[in-house]
Design a protein around this ligand. Structure first.
Ligand code: NCD
Ligand code: ZN
Length: 363
């Protein structure tokens, strides 16, 4: 990132600097093949670890799949990048509790991901009847393994803007009552209801928040023309929800931590009659977060959100290395898209000038 921006920074005064522990991304899509190779450095430059989503085609279902995918990621990691992919398994109605436990005990698999079938990109093999996966979830509760949840109902009768709130009521709360020891991450919460539910819970519930949901509301997608690069799932909601997310993320509350949900799709798959859901934010994420936390007078709590609360939930040590973020008086130039071997992928545009830059190796 520094390289891209360096031409602009010369002669551009540094106004402010903060140093934080290296962050982790607790929800990330790296894809595979040429896209993986092109997008991985955007994360591995600045982040030490990431929970890697398993929704490939075909999905990462077994421990053997996760091992193979992890090897593919490591094989394209740029030399000198200090990055550990934390693997997840895609929960299906056929998932074996023994395989899940073996992967967890081995240290290979960090969490299991629950996609309600049909809720989002590549979720067709997900769960239709939650009762069918109780044996896996009970085993996970017994061994302390986290379940990452895409929290939206798929009932076509429920309005898409209400699907998260209804999921909490119909699925999440009953599940947590049935298996109270299960450690659950509400992934990419987008609503005030999600914030309130996470706040009301105890230590075995966490919630990730994306960078883009702190920045955009639904107007970004729909007002003044349809803008497919702001379309993701869960879809951005109205402004009151964005404000609730900002308050939660910048509060320092240990239950809230960063999961960027950076989700690259090739441009032609977004800019078409039925465009894919997903926003590719990795290249600008930390700079955007520094901007948001500064706006909220909460730069002192940025580290809790990006680097402390997540490891605490996942029972991992926080990273020892640091990154330094610097605020420049002139805006910094970021690429509008990145090239992959399969075509271009547009980078999230926060619609404000970015003044914060990341120096990856602050020692
Ligand atoms: C994700 C993707 O593209 O894989 N899309 C998205 O809009 N966030 C899937 C997901 O996390 O829902
Ligand atoms: Zn995602």
């Amino acid at each position: 990132m520094a390289d891209t921006a360096s031409g602009k920074i010369e002669g551009n005064a540094i106004l402010k600097t903060i140093t934080i522990r290296r962050p982790d991304d607790w929800h990330l899509h790296l894809r595979d093949g040429a896209v993986l190779k092109a997008v991985l450095p955007a994360t591995s430059t600045d982040f030490a670890r990431a929970i890697v989503m398993p929704n490939l085609v075909p999905p990462v279902v077994t421990t053997a799949d996760a091992r193979a995918y992890r090897n593919r990621i490591l094989s394209v990691l740029p030399q000198g990048h200090d990055f550990t992919p934390l693997m997840t398994l895609y929960l299906t109605e056929g998932t074996s509790p023994d395989d899940v436990e073996a992967g967890f005990r081995d240290g290979l698999v960090t969490a299991v991901k629950l996609y309600p079938a049909g809720a989002t990109t590549n979720s067709q093999s997900g769960v239709r009847d939650i009762a069918k996966v109780y044996p896996v979830l009970e085993r996970m509760a017994a061994i302390g393994m986290p379940l990452c949840v895409h929290g939206e109902v798929t009932d076509p009768a429920i309005d898409i803007f209400d699907r998260e709130a209804v999921f909490i009521e119909r699925v999440l709360e009953p599940l947590r009552r049935r298996i109270p020891e299960l450690r659950v991450v509400m992934e990419h919460i987008t609503t005030r209801e999600g914030v309130e539910y996470a706040r009301s819970a105890g230590d075995n519930l966490g919630a990730t928040i994306t960078t883009h949901h702190l920045i955009i509301n639904r107007n970004a997608i729909l007002a003044g023309g349809i803008r497919p690069h702001y379309y993701c799932l869960p879809v951005a909601k109205r402004e009151t929800h964005r404000l609730a997310l900002r308050e939660a993320a910048t509060s320092g509350d240990r239950r809230f931590f960063l999961g960027t949900d950076s989700a690259p799709h090739l441009d032609p798959l977004k800019e078409c009659a039925c465009g894919c859901a997903g926003i590719f934010s990795a290249p600008v994420t930390l700079s955007c977060l520094a901007h948001v936390f500064e706006e909220e007078n909460a730069l002192g709590r940025l580290e809790a959100f990006t680097s402390l609360n997540g490891p605490a939930f996942y029972r991992l040590p926080p990273n020892e290395k640091r990154v330094r973020l610097t605020r420049h008086d002139e805006p910094i130039a970021f690429p509008k898209s990145i090239a992959t071997g399969d075509g271009p992928v547009t980078v999230f545009d926060p619609m404000f000038p970015i003044h914060w830059n990341v120096e990856a190796s602050a020692g």
